[in-house]
Design a protein around this ligand. Structure first.
Ligand code: FAD
Length: 421
């Protein structure tokens, strides 16, 4: 019997097709991505375009796209496997894939038939890469404060404003841009609209790619929109539904994506540290022989196990159409916290050697820092969990969870054979 490569702790979440996908991603990441990692690390000023082309050959940008449009129709657990296993080797490669899958979710769930027919096949074969532009330089995560506006001039919507930290800013062909379309005194939930904007359109201005702390090779930069004309055919969803589009895609897809990205980095931090202390000489043996080192390593291992179970449990619930907003939030916020603690332990145990710019543990630690802010910072996530808890306790103002609201519109559960790798 062959040795299973998937962890037994995830057994209940994985079908045979998931396991095959897991192995395929591991092989791909080792053979195609690993050789590029050092190059990306040494060129923080550059966006790596080759990674997207490599991922495209596997059609993984279409993981959530229905088979009728050439996609894999493979669901949320499969999406997590892709991002998690890529992040094990390269945070940047995983970030590139996950950032494109958030706007694809918006397109899938809010797009018209025409938009689906035009864009989904192109997403599946990666001839079109997407981004979602919500965050603004001054407003950050406060979506209600956004100032990017679209005004109707009688023939088209005219969009003006600036978006910041847009994942795949420098690679995307089509941006989903959220802009204000109602007066300032309109409630945020009705004041925004989503638009499909091509990156080559007149008035779309990309700021030069800036060096970031982590995810070298990936781009998350600034895009300005200077009186960009958008046809009514390129409104995504209804006028006034932009808040819904942004929240839905961030909450149900973004959180899980960032959880998976962080999980891959977490796992690498643990294995690099275990290898390091097992080889580093101390007294008559190795560092790993010291009980104090084993104590830390044991704690790291326990945290990783928790993060893994949380991550897969949440997306499994999503695939099964269950109410799981809290699980997705907890997996994202705790996944990051647990990984960040492990990252610190890993840096401590590598001590001075870990500070070498080219040491892989430093790359992993830097990449981990980038998973705190996107798809909801820790404060925002914990506040949401507290609100949900208090609403439940007091029985007042119970909001329908996003996972329930959209369960009916979600992709059908994955038929095992539909997951092609
Ligand atoms: C790798 C990466 C990829 C990203 N990809 C995208 C993308 O594809 N599209 C996109 O639109 N954006 C993207 N972002 C931006 C991301 O969504 C924002 O970073 C996030 O919304 C927070 O905004 P901010 O970083 O400006 O922090 P701010 O919102 O300014 O927050 C600053 C601090 O204040 C806290 N805070 C803010 N408001 C509250 C509150 N009400 N209560 C308590 N504490 C609060 C925050 O938790 C944080 O600690 C990305 C960011 C990163 C790092």
């Amino acid at each position: 019997m062959s040795t299973p490569t998937t962890p037994v702790s995830l057994d209940r979440f994985l079908t045979p097709a998931h396991r095959a996908l897991w192995e395929a991603v591991d092989d791909f990441a080792t053979q195609e991505i690993r050789p590029r990692v050092e190059r990306m690390e040494r060129a923080p000023h550059r966006v790596d375009r080759k990674i997207a082309r490599l991922l495209a050959t596997r059609r993984w940008f279409g993981v959530t796209v229905p088979a009728t449009f050439g996609g894999m129709n493979a669901g949320h657990v499969a999406k997590t496997i892709l991002i998690h296993r890529l992040a094990l080797v390269s945070g940047a490669a995983a970030a590139l894939l996950q950032a494109s899958l958030i706007p694809v979710a918006a397109l899938l769930h809010y797009g018209t038939k025409d938009q689906h027919h035009t864009l989904l096949p192109a997403v599946a074969d990666a001839s079109v890469l997407m981004s979602i532009a919500v965050t603004e330089p001054d407003q950050g995560g406060h979506i209600g404060g956004m100032t990017t506006a679209a005004e109707w001039d009688g023939r088209a919507w005219v969009l003006t404003g600036v978006k910041a930290h847009v994942g795949n800013s420098h690679l995307a062909d089509t941006h989903v841009v959220i802009a204000r379309t109602a007066r300032a005194d309109t409630r945020t939930s009705k004041a925004l609209t989503a638009f499909l904007v091509k990156s080559g359109q007149r008035g779309v201005i990309l700021a030069p790619h800036g060096r970031k702390l982590g995810l070298r090779g990936f781009s998350f930069g600034q895009i300005s929109f200077d009186r960009v004309r958008v046809s009514p055919n390129n409104v995504l969803g209804e006028i006034g539904q932009g808040f819904d589009v942004a929240q839905f895609s961030s909450i149900l897809y973004g959180r899980a994506n960032l959880t998976a990205l962080c999980l891959g980095l977490h796992e690498t931090a643990v294995s690099l540290t275990a290898q390091y202390v097992s080889k580093r000489p101390r007294y008559k043996g190795k560092l790993a022989d010291l009980s104090v080192i084993r104590d830390r390593l044991g704690e790291m291992s326990a945290r990783l196990l928790m993060a893994k179970i949380l991550a897969y449990h949440a997306v499994d619930m999503l695939d099964r159409g269950l109410s799981c907003d809290d699980e997705l939030i907890a997996a994202k916020t705790l996944g990051h916290e647990l990984a960040a603690q492990t990252g610190n332990d890993a840096m401590h145990l590598h001590a001075a050697n870990g500070l070498d710019e080219n040491h892989p543990i430093q790359r992993v630690w830097r990449d981990m820092q980038t998973t705190y802010a996107p798809a909801g910072t820790g404060e925002v996530q914990r506040r949401r969990l507290a609100e949900n808890l208090l609403e439940e306790e007091t029985g007042t103002d119970l909001r329908t969870p996003w996972s329930v609201l959209h369960a009916g519109r979600a992709q059908p559960p994955i038929p095992d054979e539909a997951v092609s790798v």
